[in-house]
Ligand binder design. Sequence first.
Ligand code: 5GP
Ligand code: SF4
Length: 455
Amino acid sequence: CAVMGVYGHPEAANLAYLGLYALQHRGQESTGIVTADGDGFHVEVGMGRVNDFFNEVRLAHLQGPLAIGHNRYSTTGSSSLRNVQPLAVDYARGSLAIAHNGNLVNAQRVRSELEAHGSIFRSTSDTEVVLHLIAQSQAVNLVDCVIEALRQVQGAYSLLVMGREELFAVRDPYGFRPLCIGQFENGGYVVASETCALDLIEATYVRDVLPGELIRFSADGVQSYFPFGSVASRQCVLELIYFARTDSDVFSHNVYLMRKAFGARLAREAPAQADVVIPVPDGGIPAALGYAEAVGIPFDTGLTRNHYVGRTFIEPQQSIRNFGVKIKLNANRSCLEGKRVVVVDDSIVRGTTSKKVVQMIRQAGAKEVHMRISSPPTTHPCVYGIDTPTSEELIASSHSIDEIRDYLQADSLAYLSHEGMMRMAYANEQGYCSACFTGDYPIPMPQHEDGVQLP
Ligand code: 5GP
Ligand code: SF4
């Protein structure tokens, strides 16, 4: 998901809208903005992409100098209108709105406890428990209510909470998901999932919200708190590999340069005798460039992507996935015919894309197809807010690299090693989560929604 907050700008809603537009890659299922004008909230939330849902009339409704916005793709809770964020409520002490990127691992248990005491939930999303916990807090100030609420949840959250006149931006102590702060020329602030949103609205990057940090923007200025005790951070390495946009800086790394470095490292670990290096667009492009540069083989665009089809990953249903792969990519015969081809992608999940890609490249006349993946085998599902399928569907959870090569019908297959990935990403000594490659989950999953112990 994507979150976007604006504090202290007369055009808060328009800026939030543009930011969400830049963050569309983080979720395409639903979108929404809530603004505060000092008296109350204005809410516009709905299904679909930013540009499909918002129009001039909807944006004109959204008055006030404070705004929070959200793009959603479902990791918990079904994809329906009642789960659309930001969630906004009126309660005894005012109004509250919340926008969340991440996944709370103990939400089901907290929810059951709240329901046992009479709470009525209107959504099935994990985020709503935080609203209930804030509303039930007896603390005097909203900041203390937010802190008290978040002390009761575990998991991944890059979170925005808006009151009538104040905005809170929080990252969980592990810092799984990114969150950064920018400033406008008029002195107002923006908080966004990724820096590409700041670039579009010409805000100056100030710094990241740190793991475990809560920041309050209000008439009192900007205050920073670290209320959750400290743990070694475990930022999501997959943001660098796959999820964040290439033009963003995430966890103090330029995503594009990091992906090129992963590709170059992969080339050193698993070189191939070939005539051309091609990416699976768009995700594989920087890694393929890094690979090609490192081995000294020409880079070419051997596959064309139809940009009018969403990332297949974000479509929730398997039936659409297969269809998506087929209409998404096509091979360019002119640069493949008669050649030994290295094809680079950022990951293999189910194997559907890679199998189709290898087949297409062969049909276009390639002599050999060598598949290279700029991350280690994805063996475990993510429980912190990236929608990877269950273990059974992850091809690498039950198949060796050799078996996967066989399934893909590739002449060779190699993945970036875990050590290689970490070496590249650790450049600035920050700790990463890489559980989907290792099974080493920083926070154990108490119980999955349907009662199944995960992983
Ligand atoms: P597959 O077809 O193997 O299920 O999906 C792999 C392709 O989809 C890759 O091109 C990758 O960029 C993208 N992708 C789809 N879902 C995911 C996911 O959950 N995690 C990652 N890392 N990549 C995904
Ligand atoms: Fe990121 Fe994988 Fe950890 Fe999930 S399990 S937070 S996708 S590194």
